[in-house]
Design a protein around this ligand. Structure first.
Ligand code: CA2
Length: 145
């Protein structure tokens, strides 16, 4: 089983700024905890962080050929991107939406996700653990589907 991990805009800055909201882990550290878990579960991961909406959409479209599921933190595109939502809906792969922070107890504009309606579920508010919970959930979903 191969799963695609997508990180949206500005997540390359993790661990360098705003540790109060997003924690102290760098993106490389989050990715390495995911690799460790994937070895335990028995799946393969590929990773992309991009600040560009188009590049994220290209990766979602490519995943249709190579992957069984997508784990995505769309970052600010969560709240704005009908294009990412349409791409996910078009490929039809099972997708889990992840956030480090709890988007529902922050500013009202973060309460709405364009992406959630085309996912199997959303996990938010647990910092780096959100990603690990999401990987387990996606893996179990794909395995038992
Ligand atoms: O909580 C999350 O994971 C978010 O997806 C993070 C996004 C935010 O727009 C979403 O509402 C919730 C922001 C990512 C920006 O990451 C930074 C990391 C370090 C320093 C500054 C920004």
């Amino acid at each position: 089983m191969k799963l695609l991990i997508l990180h949206g805009p500005n997540l390359n800055l993790l661990g360098t700024r705003e540790p109060g909201i997003y924690g102290k882990l760098t993106l490389a550290e989050i990715n390495s905890t995911l690799v460790k878990l994937s070895a335990e579960l028995g799946c393969e991961l590929s990773f992309l962080q991009s600040n560009s909406e188009g590049e994220l959409i290209d990766a979602i479209q490519d995943a249709a050929q190579h992957c069984s599921g997508i784990l995505i933190n769309p970052a600010a595109y969560t709240h704005t991107s009908i294009a990412i939502r349409d791409a996910l809906a078009a490929v039809g792969l099972p997708c889990v939406e992840v956030h480090l922070s709890n988007i529902h107890n922050r500013e009202p504009f973060r309460h709405v996700s364009m992406i959630a309606p085309v996912t199997i579920g959303q996990i938010c508010g647990f910092g780096g653990d959100s990603y690990l919970l999401a990987l387990r959930a996606l893996f179990n979903y794909v395995k038992t589907k």
